[in-house]
Ligand binder design. Structure first.
Ligand SMILES: C[S@@+](CC[C@H](N)C(=O)[O-])C[C@H]1O[C@@H](n2cnc3c(N)ncnc32)[C@H](O)[C@@H]1O
Length: 221
């Protein structure tokens, strides 16, 4: 693509405004520098949810509930979404936003660190959206693999880390090298483990779409 900035601006301009509540959440997130999914990523997520028609969605990284509410827009009437958040400040905000959206009945908000919470879940989930601390993705992968139903989809956001993941280790600031190495290893595992069929998609800050293949054995990444 000759001009990626123009493409991004054009794609963004095509996105219709969501509901007044979601617009308010976008403004709040902007003003308080809360990193929620971009509109293009939300549209991509909603399309994947519409395509997959999951009964059970699991989200890791709720923040104020924006992406959860976006996915609910494409979720069928009998669908349910579980979302995990560890930051105490965000939990009541997300719950209040779910209430305002009239979605409390089909969203379960689990409080705590995903590294612990995931172990308590039985699953399986047919759709998982991973949008938490990027440095933890690799460590979470075995639990995510266990929790994704055969044929289920794992969507991982921000895989390009504002472009730094494309750079060599030495071009990255020293303090970012661990997260850089872990994210690269995470993507390598998703592309090379036989359990997953993965496409890396340059939408927003990069999204990995991985399908849990059927008939492949379990195991530690
Ligand atoms: C990028 S924000 C999520 C944005 C949200 N998905 C959206 O687009 O509306 C990441 C959130 O994940 C939470 N988080 C990070 N690591 C986590 C972990 N290990 N367990 C649970 N939540 C975590 C952070 O507190 C933060 O609120």
């Amino acid at each position: 693509m000759r001009n990626p900035e123009r493409l991004e601006a054009y794609l963004h301009s095509l996105e219709p405004d969501p509901s007044p509540l979601l617009c308010e959440l976008e403004r709040y997130a902007r003003e308080h520098r809360i990193p929620i999914v971009r509109r293009e990523t939300a549209a991509f997520l909603k399309t994947l949810v519409a395509l997959k028609a999951p009964r059970e969605i699991l989200e890791i990284g709720t923040a104020i509930g924006y992406s959860a509410l976006r996915m609910c827009q494409a979720l069928g009437a009998d669908g349910h979404l579980t979302t995990i958040e560890k930051w105490e400040k965000r939990i009541p905000q997300a719950r209040e936003n779910f209430r305002r959206a009239g979605e409390l009945h089909r969203i379960t908000l689990l409080e705590g660190d995903a590294a612990q919470v995931l172990r308590t879940l039985a699953g399986p989930y047919d759709f998982i959206f991973l949008d938490a601390a990027k440095g933890q993705y690799l460590a979470l992968l075995p639990e995510l693999e266990r929790l994704t139903a055969p044929g289920g989809v794992l969507v991982t956001d921000n895989i390009f880390q504002e472009g730094t993941v494309l750079e060599s280790r030495y071009a990255v600031r020293r303090r970012d090298r661990t997260i850089h190495a872990r994210l690269r290893e995470y993507l390598y595992q998703l592309k090379h483990r036989p359990q997953w069929e993965t496409a890396l998609v340059p939408v927003g800050d990069g999204v990995a779409v991985s399908v849990r293949k059927t008939g492949t054995s379990e195991g530690q990444p």
